[in-house]
Each structure stands twice: as structure tokens, then as C-alpha cells.
Design a protein around this ligand. Sequence first.
Ligand code: C2E
Ligand code: MG
Ligand code: MG
Ligand code: MG
Length: 274
Amino acid sequence: RAKHEGRGAIRLFTSAMDQQLRDRRALEHDLRLAVERGEFYLEYQPQHHRDGTLMAYEALVRWRHPLRGVIPPGEFIPIAEQSGAIAQIDDWVLMEACREAASWDQPLRVAVNVSAAQFRRENLDAQVRRALRESGLPAARLELEITEGVLIEEVPRARRTMQSLKSLGILIALDDFGTGYSSLSYLEAFPLDRIKVDRSFVAALGQSERSLAIVRAVIGLAHGLGVPVLAEGIETEAQMSLLVQEGCDEMQGYLLGRPRRLEAAAEKVRRAAS
Ligand code: C2E
Ligand code: MG
Ligand code: MG
Ligand code: MG
């Protein structure tokens, strides 16, 4: 009997793995078609200056799957990166974010996340130039968010890529700071315009002395280099006032605003007129 049950368990186990694999293959397949089918859309989360002024919006991609509903980027970006579908998605996001930002009624900056794969591509600067030209968005209103991982891989090459991007007049922010390899040498080597403290440190603020020490050190380091610091993932007033007190320059998080659809100025005018 025991033997029987054992085999049954193995069968159950393998069929669960089969199911997972089938699910994943189905998602990979759907992802490849999703751009053409227009299933992606962008939400925007506000970034405020410490004095309260709205400075920018970060574009965050969502996938409206016809059967599974809305899937967050954390679930499909890794799959897209492995299957190669990421290039098409990245191109779409960049173009769409520039186009939407160009139609806002205020000339705010738009921050776009760049995957490691996109940063490694030879033609990223050509891609950016095209998005700016076709959308009419001024370069100074576009910021790309990169993560530490892309900087340590091939330093000379990453530096060339950054320099050619910077020469277009766009800005570059370092996202999720503190969660990656955190080598301080790239802070010196790369011309960053902004450092974003990862929300894991912000979440622990007020509960752990250690996270306060880390946040304080990051702010001191960035300011020493002349770079502004943005804290992400702010959810409470307590976190907010602690960050203001510590000299943090800019703020983003649910407390200030969740990611949401933004209607274009043209849309607003149309609706007001009707
Ligand atoms: P990220 O760039 O660090 O974006 C911040 C994430 O934190 C977003 O999750 C945002 O919704 C969430 N968030 C913001 N404020 C709060 C808060 O107060 N509390 C909590 N708990 N969460 C908050 P989201 O939209 O699910 O995106 C996750 C990650 O997926 C992003 O992290 C980014 O790395 C990636 N991603 C998003 N959009 C794109 C894209 O268009 N292209 C690429 N390559 N990656 C993207
Ligand atoms: Mg980001
Ligand atoms: Mg982040
Ligand atoms: Mg992140």
C-alpha cells in the first residue's frame, strides 16, 4: 500500500510540475503576441519633491491578459527576459511612455524602467532618439531607470552606453539602490542624475535602527556626489517625516499616490467639451 501511495504522490507531483510548465509555455506564447494585440498599458505613479511639488511620473507596465486578467510586471518581465519577448515590450513601453508624456497638460518628466537586456542592446540610444523624435517629447523630460546589475556587468561598455544616452540630453536614475551588488565604484564611474533608495529600506524605517542608518548613509553619499535621492515605497506619514528630516530630496509611494492610468490633456479637453 505504502508503495502505491508513494507512486501516486510522485505522479501527482510530476503532474503538478507538468501543469506549471504548460502554464509557463502558454504565458510565453501569449507574451509574444501581446504587443501586437495591444494588451499592454501603462500606469503612472507620481514622484514629488520634498516640498510637495509634483515633479514626475514613473511609467509602470501592466499586461491585460484576455483570460487571466491584469498581470503585474514582476510576473511577466522575468519570463519575457528569458524568452526574448522583452525587446519588443521594452520598445513599446519606451515609445508609449514618451507619446503619453508628450500629451500631458503639464510638462512633467516621465521615468521609464529599462531592463538589463534593453540596456545591453547596441541600439538603445537609437531607440531613445527615435522615441523622442516621433513623440516630440523634449529629451530633458525623459529619465531612464536602470538597476545596479546592468552597471557591473561590463563596465566599459555600460559606460559608453550611458555616455551616449546622456549626450542625447536625457536623465538616468539608479533604481532599487542597495539591493544589488552595491559596489560604490560605479557611483564614481557613472554620471547618474538621481538615486532611488529601494523600498525595502523605507519599509523598515521606524522599526529598525539599521535601516535608518542605511538610508542616512545613502543620502549622505549621494549628496556628497551632488546627486539627489528619491525614496520609493513610502506608505506612512511616519516614514515620510523621517525621510524629510534626514534630508531626502524626493518621494514616491502609495502615501503620495498609487500607480494609475493618466488621461491625456487632449482627452480631458474632449470630455469637457462634450
Ligand atoms: P520598480 O521600478 O522599483 O517600481 C516600483 C514598484 O513598487 C512598482 O511595482 C510600484 O507599483 C510599487 N510601489 C510603489 N509604491 C509602493 C508602496 O508604497 N508600497 C508598495 N508595497 N509598493 C509600491 P510594479 O508596478 O509591480 O513593478 C514592479 C517592478 O517591475 C518595477 O520595480 C520594475 O523593476 C519592473 N517594471 C515595471 N514596469 C516596467 C517596464 O515598463 N519595463 C521594465 N523593464 N520593467 C518594469
Ligand atoms: Mg523603477
Ligand atoms: Mg524601484
Ligand atoms: Mg524594483
